[in-house]
Design a protein around this ligand. Structure first.
Ligand SMILES: CCCCCCCCCCCCCCCCCCCCCCCCCC(=O)SCCNC(=O)CCNC(=O)[C@H](O)C(C)(C)COP(=O)(O)OP(=O)(O)OC[C@H]1O[C@@H](n2cnc3c(N)ncnc32)[C@H](O)[C@@H]1OP(=O)(O)O
Ligand SMILES: Cc1cc2nc3c(=O)[nH]c(=O)nc-3n(C[C@H](O)[C@H](O)[C@H](O)COP(=O)(O)OP(=O)(O)OC[C@H]3O[C@@H](n4cnc5c(N)ncnc54)[C@H](O)[C@@H]3O)c2cc1C
Length: 670
């Protein structure tokens, strides 16, 4: 839809006048500098001027098939734009992925069927291919001569990768692998783009050679004819059916009937099958084939931050425009943003978006540094990255989903409209809690690392920096509560250490009472998930504080103040959420909690005048927000009426069902 232009709503205009800081400064901080902001805006301008964001009818009023076809059309033209005009017009050779990611949302209110091509297919080629394989597939994939996806999950197994049933059996006579789907539950299920769009995919299958199974490995498989797009003989493929969100992502199913691929289609950077069928196992680490998942988990922390920033922008702007009830008799109805309970629902969303964005950037840098270690042959830092990316993906996507839903509650009835975009944002982020490793499963992976770290520290060994608090705790360091940033972080670390200690004790006690390790672990998993979550909280709190301090070093005083108010709000919020834990594992007193509660409520008041400016500082254009409630001009009621009038249901004054059913019913003739 072409966005109509309106004058700014006077309430919003007034809000912007109250702002105490230069929003451009905060925008630059999050973009990574002025230059990056200007590059991003250039990219956005090109895409927005391309006309590609236009839909003749609102996406939500299209049928599923129309939505899919529309998303394919846009994905193709967007890809062309990325390869040609964007580079020519802006002169920017190296597209920053965050900029492309952000502007992609102007095209797709739901999901691009090409998401997995860019999000997993290309990264798997980069991470799992030998240099010869890379030369064959990477240029084709980048040039979109082939379009791919990532088919790992099966109907029967998603979490437990070792339980996958698809087989890839090596035939040394023909130097081919035979892919086969032995059971109903072995059918690949869920892969994005697989249903109708892609012609290639990475398939994860159990490798058999010389009669031995070597576990899951990755294979490049062409599934459709490049010209006719028909499934190749031996391939059964289709769309899995309507779901909560992801309607235009054509998630698919896939079965193989003794389907043959050349030996060279096994991705052999880490493990190899030689021509005679000899298996060469990965030299360095057994889980390197899981690397794309680590990459995606890292990017999902960014997704959590970005989508939360969209939701909270919509809800804060709406709350500044919406007036409801009365605070005192006969006074005008206040903006709902003036209610402390509304501020409590929303300001934590702003602070969390900052915390997650800065944590995502930090995690991305950690990821790059681990990759560079691995290139030098050192895999020593991989376990910590796996533990960090697992818990951060779990906690950030889960918190973001809850806070996005809270933003929807904060918009009352209108938040329930698809045109608010909040239901779309929610259904996208809700899926991120499950895919790429379910919440519980990933926290249990981190817990495994934490228990090991505890045992190492107990044995007097040095542990990695993110768990160094364990060593301090084992040395008997007592926590003394202080309501400063550092003091609060230390107390959250004491909570994590206390919980890990209890897990270790529970496991040992259970083993002493006769259980084996597996059962002792299993019975402790509720506590283990809790301990991993506590560890993750302490990581986020510490990273957020450190990064704000680092990034605002040369900022103006007013920016420092407002950014630090949000940090303090975040620390206070989580202190109040976790008083039980803090009373148990730190020296916090009831008086301290009263102080934190008052500080929190005062902070809501301090942040209130800057709330709209703070969400403006996410710099999200209306075309990216797609929201009748969240547009920059705040013309909520005009847009709600506009979308109602454009609803195809209103194209005819009387629907045919009246004549077919209602009238006969009224007349007793049905
Ligand atoms: C160019 C132009 C283009 C134009 C385009 C135009 C349009 C463009 C539009 C688009 C715009 C742009 C878009 C950009 C991208 C956006 C975002 C991307 C979104 C992507 C969407 C994604 C959708 C969703 C995809 C999916 O969902 S895909 C499926 C994901 N599936 C899962 O995630 C399964 C979870 N399950 C497990 O991951 C395992 O099952 C399990 C639990 C670990 C146990 O694994 P197991 O083998 O049993 O191992 P254990 O025995 O437990 O552990 C044994 C030992 O190994 C260790 N260890 C386990 N792991 C690992 C590991 N990794 N690494 C290291 N160690 C590990 C463990 O610590 C232990 O160490 P130890 O303690 O021994 O020392
Ligand atoms: C929108 C969407 C897109 C997707 N895209 C892709 C894709 O492109 N490619 C692809 O390969 N896959 C994809 N997936 C699949 C996704 O990765 C899996 O659904 C996800 O990993 C969870 O696995 P599962 O469905 O088997 O859940 P299950 O493992 O069956 O989980 C069900 C419940 O059991 C619990 N549970 C399971 N095992 C344990 C355990 N050991 N201990 C304690 N609790 C346990 C879980 O915590 C969860 O609560 C997608 C999924 C969605 C929703």
């Amino acid at each position: 839809m072409v966005l109509k232009k309106y004058n700014i709503n006077p309430d919003l205009a007034l809000e912007r006048q109250k702002c105490t800081f230069d929003i451009e400064e905060i925008i630059n901080i999050f973009d990574g500098g002025k230059e990056k902001t200007s590059q991003r805006r250039k990219i956005e301008d090109v895409v927005l001027k391309s006309g590609l964001c236009h839909d003749d009818v609102p996406e939500e009023c299209m049928s599923l098939k129309e939505r899919y076809e529309n998303a394919v059309r846009k994905s193709c033209f967007f890809s062309k734009l990325m390869k040609t005009e964007l580079q020519e017009i802006t002169g920017i050779e190296d597209f920053e992925t965050p900029a492309i990611r952000r502007i992609a949302d102007a095209l797709f209110k739901d999901i691009s069927p090409f998401l997995l091509h860019l999000g997993m297919f290309v990264p798997t080629i980069i991470g799992q291919c030998t240099s010869e394989q890379l030369m064959i597939w990477l240029p084709k994939a980048l040039d979109l001569q082939i379009i791919g996806g990532y088919a790992q999950t099966e109907l029967g197994h998603g979490t437990f990768i070792r339980g996958l049933e698809t087989t890839a059996t090596y035939d040394a006579d023909t130097e081919e692998f035979v892919l086969h789907t032995p059971t109903l539950t072995a059918h690949k299920w869920w892969a994005g783009g697989l249903g109708k769009t892609i012609n290639h995919c990475i398939v994860v299958a159990q490798l058999y050679t010389k009669g031995v199974c070597y576990g899951t490995h990755l294979f490049m498989v062409q599934i459709r004819d490049l010209d006719t797009h028909m499934p190749l003989p031996g391939i059964k493929v289709g769309e899995i059916g309507p779901r909560m969100g992801f309607s235009s992502a054509d998630n698919g199913f896939l079965g193989f009937n003794n389907f043959r691929i050349p030996r060279n289609n096994m991705l052999m950077k880490h493990a190899q099958v030689q021509k005679d069928g000899t298996y060469v196992k990965p030299a360095r680490h057994g889980k390197l084939t899981y690397q794309t998942m680590v990459f995606v988990r890292v990017t999902l922390v960014n997704e959590a931050a970005f989508n939360l920033s969209k939701a909270v922008t919509i809800a804060v702007r709406y709350s500044a425009v919406r007036r409801q009830s009365e605070m005192r008799p006969n006074e005008p109805e206040p903006q709902i943003l003036d209610y402390p309970t509304q501020q409590h629902k929303l300001f934590i969303g702003i602070a969390t978006a900052h915390a997650f964005q800065l944590t995502a950037n930090w995690l991305w840098n950690t990821f790059k540094s681990v990759l560079s270690d691995m290139k030098k042959g050192d895999v020593g830092t991989l376990p910590e990255l796996h533990a960090l990316s697992s818990c951060l993906k779990a906690v950030c996507t889960s918190d973001a989903a809850l806070l996005i839903e809270q933003c929807r509650y904060a918009c009352g009835g209108h938040g329930y409209m698809l045109s608010s975009n909040l239901p779309y944002i929610y259904s996208f982020v809700a899926a991120t809690r499950t895919y790429e490793g379910d919440y519980t499963i990933l926290l249990l992976q981190t817990a495994r690392f934490l228990v090991k770290a505890w045992e190492q520290a107990e044995a007097g060994k040095t542990v990695t920096p993110t768990v160094s608090y364990i060593s301090r705790s084992l040395k008997g360091e007592k926590n003394s509560w202080r309501s400063t940033d550092e003091g609060i972080i230390k107390s959250f670390q004491a909570v994590a250490a206390g919980k890990i200690a209890l897990c270790v004790k529970s496991i040992r006690d259970r083993m002493k009472s006769g259980l084996d390790y597996e059962d002792a672990w299993l019975l402790t998993t509720v506590q283990l998930v809790d301990a991993a979550e506590a560890h993750c909280r302490s990581v986020i709190l510490e990273t957020y504080c450190n990064e704000v301090r680092r990034l605002t070093k040369s900022s103006s005083d007013n920016v420092k103040i407002v950014m630090h108010q949000l940090v303090t709000l975040y620390l206070s919020y989580w202190t109040l959420q976790r008083t039980g834990d803090l009373l148990r594992y730190s020296s916090i007193s009831e008086k301290d909690i009263d102080f934190m509660q008052r500080q929190y409520e005062e902070l809501l008041q301090h942040i209130r005048p800057n709330a709209v400016a703070l969400v403006d500082a996410f710099d999200l254009r209306d075309e990216i927000l797609h929201s009748s409630l969240g547009a920059y001009d705040g013309r909520v009621y005009e847009r709600l009426m506009e979308q109602a009038e454009n609803n195809p249901m209103n194209a005819e004054p009387v629907n045919q069902s009246f004549h077919k059913y209602i009238k006969p019913l009224l007349q007793g003739k049905l």
